[in-house]
Design a protein around this ligand. Structure first.
Ligand SMILES: Cc1ncc(COP(=O)(O)O)c(C=O)c1O
Length: 393
């Protein structure tokens, strides 16, 4: 229980009255988190399977991350990018160490959409071409460039015309990609598992086929690991499941344990980006880099990707055993799990919150589970049980 200065309704009124309006809100005021648990103002405890939309893989208030941030905050928040910085230097070398082979440099920024923006710019710069192909149901962010690669019409339509030369092809259909990529294509961008689009698993042969196609036709292969990265799918990066070696890889969300951070990792086909073509004031802040170093260390020391693989398999198994008419199917990779329903997921997610488990939608009919990877075995069993209650009811 947090000793709040105002009653719950007051906070809800302030947010409803003064926040831009872009977000639909659940009537819950979240105030504290620890590991895979999160509490509201009245002291109600939830198992958090939203995990900051996948930004809390190391769990809320992980002691190693808290320590790193606290110590760095007393030393230096921000070292301008025109100077060297000890923490940023260490983070860059650690990031390329854990990344898939061939990624040797990184542009540091503050969010997933910024990481995608940089990837699109670097691909155009390196190829001198302008076309970008992405996949139906893909999600890559909402800034004006990235938005052109995001599939859902309701996100894009109000802002058209977007950047010309962007197009979509069906996911997991190599022959459609072969038709779309030509000698004007700067890049293909896709997710290894489509998150927002419904937890759709990419087929290994397809993904490797797209990579070969990009090489053959002189286009850059961008893998968006904003949601799948940092252990989520049971490997440090989902690309590892299929032996992918992207030319550009975008990461964000859990990279800094919940602090805003993103990165565009850059491969040999792109090389060193020319000076002054891109930048970010806050990108690579010492504070975010200190958090990210603690995240990488924790991921490895506590074997969090392996944990995600093991607990994710149990979650998929348990959810698959639920006998309910409304369930169309269960799918997942590691702790990125979706239940496809025969109807809209909203009322089931609200009922699940009543049962003490927070989960999120993916599209309109999929319930998505992105718990912190530190979630306990017991909590996984509770989630399975509560989902069963809600779907059967
Ligand atoms: C795969 C993917 N790419 C990009 C983004 C955009 O990230 P951000 O919300 O940090 O801009 C997201 C966010 O959900 C994502 O899942």
């Amino acid at each position: 229980m947090v000793n709040a200065a105002y009653p719950r309704d007051q906070y809800m009124t302030w947010e409803s009255d003064h926040e831009s309006g872009t977000y639909g809100k659940q009537p819950i005021v979240l105030v504290r988190g620890e590991g895979a648990h999160i509490w509201d103002l009245d002291g109600t405890e939830y198992i958090d399977c939203i995990g900051g939309h996948g930004a809390s893989n190391t769990g809320h208030a992980h002691p190693a991350v808290v320590k790193a941030i606290s110590e760095q905050a007393q030393r230096l928040f921000l070292a301008p990018n025109g100077f060297y910085n000890d923490v940023r230097a260490r983070l860059l070398s650690e990031l390329v160490r854990v990344a898939p082979p061939g990624l040797e440099r990184a542009f540091l920024c503050n969010s997933g959409t910024e990481a995608v923006e940089a990837a699109l710019k670097f691909a155009r710069l390196a190829t001198g071409r302008s076309k970008v192909i992405s996949t139906m149901r893909g999600f890559h962010g909402r800034s004006m460039g990235a938005l052109g690669t995001t599939w859902r019409k309701e996100y894009r339509k109000p802002f058209e015309p977007l950047i010309p030369g962007f197009g979509f092809v069906p996911y997991n259909k190599l022959e459609r990609m072969e038709k779309a990529v030509d000698d004007e294509t700067a890049a293909v961008i896709l997710e290894v598992v489509q998150g927002e689009g419904g937890v759709n698993l990419g087929d290994g042969e397809y993904l490797r086929g797209v990579q070969v196609l990009c090489h053959e036709r002189g286009a850059m292969f961008i893998v968006d690991e904003v949601q799948t990265g940092f252990g989520r799918t049971g490997k440090f990066f989902a690309s590892e499941h299929h032996g992918l070696e992207p030319d550009l890889m975008t990461v964000a969300k859990s990279i800094a344990g919940g602090l805003p951070m993103g990165a565009t990792l850059i491969g040999q086909r792109i090389g060193k980006v020319p000076g002054h073509v891109h930048g970010s004031t806050f990108g690579g802040s010492a504070l975010a880099c200190a958090a990210a170093l603690a995240v990488i260390e924790t991921m490895e020391a506590d074997h969090l990707p392996e944990r995600a693989a093991r607990l994710g398999a149990r979650l998929v198994e348990g959810l698959s055993a639920i006998d309910a008419q409304v369930v169309r199917g269960v799918r997942g990779l590691g702790l990125m799990v979706g239940i496809e329903l025969r109807g809209r997921s909203g009322s089931y997610l609200a009922a699940l919150a009543e049962q003490g488990v927070l989960a999120l939608p993916a599209g309109s009919t999929v319930m998505r589970f992105l718990p912190p990877l530190v979630i306990s075995e017991d909590d996984i069993e509770t989630v399975i049980e509560k989902v069963g209650v809600v779907l059967a009811g």
